[in-house]
Design a protein around this ligand. Structure first.
Ligand SMILES: NC(=O)c1ccc[n+]([C@@H]2O[C@H](COP(=O)([O-])OP(=O)(O)OC[C@H]3O[C@@H](n4cnc5c(N)ncnc54)[C@H](O)[C@@H]3O)[C@@H](O)[C@H]2O)c1
Ligand SMILES: [Zn+2]
Ligand SMILES: [Zn+2]
Length: 367
């Protein structure tokens, strides 16, 4: 069958929207008609090579849709089901899965972008195989994905809003609640209040943090941050954010700092703005070849913790329906996250808007 998808053919060049041939789902695979795909910085990072994929790759890893057909051996899913796409495939039975760390599943040793049997489902008009970002490629009208990447949700949810739960919401909220396990009354700083960082702020509100300090270089983002529950804002383009955060916390530093940009410089800032025995949580995806340098002895003598958070340490099938329930209860903001809708053809415009800091989150809507 045919689909139209946003494809990265060359790093740092405009993304191409084109018609592709899509194979039928094989065993353990499902054909999904995409309803919506969020535009996350990680998509742009695939274009720039920060998150490295060989070309050509169909983009998108934050989406929701409706199941069209299922392949053999698929259990628990049928046509018509509404689903969120998880950007990790997890087996549910390996050591990490049994420890409920399913995002770190160790079962699938398949090169990036291929389906689990190591082959392509997407092909262009020249007959070349096209990889799928995160094995899903939500910036395609249709996608064939492993059943391990699907989370069934109730049909009454808006799929445009549910799409955001596929990455930004789960990553940001989960970094606070699952990875860091922030306690009530804590002080928290979030560096980078874009689509993911705003959700770290929402996570801090849910965790009943007392101080939530938003740090960004764009005034518009800091205004969004206030809407999402920041108690203080710091514009890092006009001051030293480490000093500013220390001043706001009586010279001590915060209990938790979340870096949600993907920049070694701001990772070091996160480390430097936590108090002794505090925790710096790194969510941003820096360039795959970059390193971070922190003073080795200081790490010991202050007992600070520097930890990573991948996909909010979530369990997609448990956490995603829970997050949607919190939305229904009025405890989680999803409507306010979507500040712009795009058509698939506008993907390069959506990336330009992201770089210009225009949106909380932009969302591509399919028919
Ligand atoms: N850990 C994970 O599993 C995971 C999942 C999704 C996204 N990510 C990563 O999270 C990061 C954020 O993604 P996003 O979609 O929210 O991006 P975004 O572009 O929406 O937001 C980034 C924000 O950082 C701000 N910023 C840039 N440089 C800054 C600086 N020096 N100081 C302060 N603020 C600065 C920007 O103004 C913007 O508001 C990316 O690196 C992305 O790849 C990680
Ligand atoms: Zn993402
Ligand atoms: Zn596993």
């Amino acid at each position: 069958m045919k689909t139209r998808a946003a494809v990265m053919y060359e790093h740092n060049q405009p993304v191409v929207v084109e018609e592709l041939e899509l194979d039928e789902p094989k065993a353990n695979e499902v054909l999904v008609r995409t309803a919506a795909s969020g535009v996350c910085h990680s998509d742009l990072s695939v274009v720039t090579g920060t998150i490295y994929y060989d070309a050509a790759v169909a983009l998108g890893h934050e989406g929701a849709g409706i199941i069209e057909r299922v392949g053999g051996d698929v259990s628990g899913f049928r046509p018509g089901d509404h689903v969120i796409l998880s950007f990790v495939s997890y087996c549910g039975s390996c050591r990490m899965c049994q420890m409920e760390r399913v995002c770190l599943c160790e079962s699938y040793d398949v090169p990036r972008g291929f389906l689990l049997d190591g082959t392509y489902r997407l092909h262009n008009s020249s007959g070349d195989g096209i990889l799928q970002m995160a094995r899903i490629a939500t910036m395609s009208e249709y996608m064939v994905v492993p059943q391990q990447n699907l989370v069934k949700i109730d049909e009454h949810y808006s799929l445009a809003k549910a799409a955001l739960v596929g990455c930004g919401v789960t990553t940001g909220v989960g970094a606070v609640l699952n990875t860091a396990k922030v306690e009530p009354g804590s002080s928290v700083a979030v560096i980078g209040t874009g689509g993911v960082g705003l959700n770290a702020i929402q996570g801090a509100v849910l965790a009943q943090a007392e101080r939530i300090i938003a740090v960004d270089i764009a005034e518009k983002k800091l205004n969004f941050a206030k809407t999402f529950g920041a108690t203080d804002v710091v514009n890092a383009s006009t001051c030293d954010p480490v000093e500013a955060v220390r001043e706001l916390t009586a010279g001590l530093g915060v209990d938790y700092a979340f870096e949600v940009i993907g920049n070694p410089k701001t990772i070091v800032q996160a480390y430097n703005m936590v108090r002794a025995a505090g925790t710096a949580v790194i969510v941003g995806m820096s360039h795959h070849q970059s390193d971070v340098s922190i003073p080795a002895q200081h790490l010991v003598s202050t007992e600070r913790q520097l930890i990573g958070s991948f996909y909010g340490s979530c369990q997609p099938k448990v956490d995603m329906p829970k997050l949607l329930s919190l939305y229904t209860e009025g405890k989680l903001k999803l409507d306010e996250l979507i500040t712009q809708h795009y058509r698939l053809e506008q993907i390069n415009e959506a990336f330009a808007d992201m770089e210009a800091g225009e949106n909380a989150r932009g969302v591509i809507l399919f028919n």
